[in-house]
Design a protein around this ligand. Structure first.
Ligand code: ADP
Length: 369
């Protein structure tokens, strides 16, 4: 069934001509990363970087042609303004270096926030850390690379579409003073995210180099949860200065966190440390402390793995409520102990980054394309 639909999709795409070249988009090799799943269709439409977002009408036309097919319930066509995404292996550090573009030229440190599995509070921590770094005086950007489930627009309380002055480079959105980019701004929320390697790569490369990040001290990258191929590829795509691993305290999450650590070691990205999230619960009524997911596991794990422990964040309903309504707790309760905990972690991160760039290990060089 899927195979048949795949053929039908390609046939439908063959009816769409690129007005600039006068040939159909399939023959021109502009379609890549085609995925068909239960009537949901996704693919990339590759155009030359010069055409950039002026190819939007063509993108709409290919979506429309495919959507008209029987059995198709949704279509996601993503413009990728770079060449040979479909042939890129994504596993070549050398090649990854070549994607560092103008958008990141003036970004001092790119830091990934990762977790071995979903639901440990990685995105919540990434958002609060970004804001805490800003509170510590840093100029901060936040790139939501959690392409399958982008949550930053909601957590940072930002909606709408990014603007572009020249039709090529996107202006980042701004949430509570932090520059922000997310697939959530580029693709409709209801659109199912069915991506494959090349599409993820294409989208990530665009969000890094085709965004006017400007001058930043730190760009926080909220990685997708897990340690599979996609994460590995992303870790190689972004010129990372370091990675932070978020874990809950219990053994099983820590096992996953260890996988995350190994993944970054594999691609030679230093792990700046572990954060223990949902570390303990303090009853707001009686003050009693309960260690719901046990406690201290991440600190012990960090010690035994020889990496830094960056700090612990309690499990608290106010942290959840604040990020659910787009006003992270650092914004709503700047004087609270939670904000203090995030800021302590942020200042540890800044110290480590500064120590690295002042000699211990130079930050990866940004190469202009
Ligand atoms: P992940 O990115 O790891 O999937 P999220 O950041 O989306 O996890 O968090 C999952 C849920 O847990 C969200 O509803 C979030 O608000 C909540 N959450 C995260 N950290 C905390 C915390 N320290 N206290 C209370 N709730 C939290």
């Amino acid at each position: 069934m899927a195979i048949v639909l795949e053929d039908a999709v390609l046939n439908a795409l063959r009816t769409v001509q690129d007005p600039e070249k006068g040939q159909d988009v399939v023959s021109l090799g502009m379609i890549s990363g085609l995925v068909v799943k239960d009537g949901n269709v996704g693919f990339s439409l590759e155009v030359s970087p010069e055409r950039g977002h002026t190819a939007e009408p063509l993108r709409k036309a290919v979506e429309k042609a495919v959507f008209a097919l029987d059995g198709v319930t949704s279509v996601t066509a993503v413009l990728t303004a770079h060449r040979s995404a479909s042939t890129s292996s994504g596993h070549d550090r050398q090649q990854a270096a070549s994607v560092k573009g103008a958008g990141l030229n003036d970004v001092a440190h790119i830091v990934a926030v990762a977790s071995g599995k979903g639901g440990v509070g990685k995105s919540t921590t990434a958002a609060n850390i970004a804001l805490a770094l800003q509170a510590e005086g840093a100029r901060v950007g936040l790139l939501d690379a959690d392409i399958y489930g982008p949550s930053m627009p909601r957590m940072m309380g930002v909606s709408g579409k990014p603007t572009t002055a020249d039709g090529k480079i996107l202006d980042p959105m701004i949430g509570h003073g932090v520059k922000l980019m997310s697939m959530g701004f580029l693709v409709d929320e209801e659109t199912p995210m069915i991506w494959r390697g090349p599409m993820v790569m294409g989208a990530m490369q665009q969000m890094m180099k085709d965004v006017d990040w400007g001058s930043l001290d730190v760009l926080i990258v909220d990685m997708p949860p897990g340690t599979g191929d996609v994460q590995l590829t992303l870790a190689q795509t972004a010129p990372l200065a370091g990675a932070i691993i978020v874990s809950t305290p219990q053994d099983i999450a820590l096992l996953d966190a260890r996988k995350g650590l190994n993944m970054f070691r594999k691609v030679d990205v230093p792990v700046l440390g572990i954060i223990e999230n949902m570390s303990y619960f303090q009853c707001p009524h009686c003050g009693e402390r309960t260690e719901i997911f046990s406690h201290g596991g991440a600190r012990d794990e960090a010690t035994s793995l020889g990496i830094d422990f960056l700090g612990e964040i309690p499990l608290d309903i106010r942290i959840r409520q604040a990020s659910d309504c787009g006003q992270p707790i650092i914004v709503t309760e700047p004087g609270s102990a939670y904000t203090g905990a995030y800021r302590d972690i942020a200042s540890r991160i800044l110290n480590r980054l500064n120590a690295r760039s002042s000699g211990q290990r130079s930050a990866p060089k940004i190469v202009v394309q």
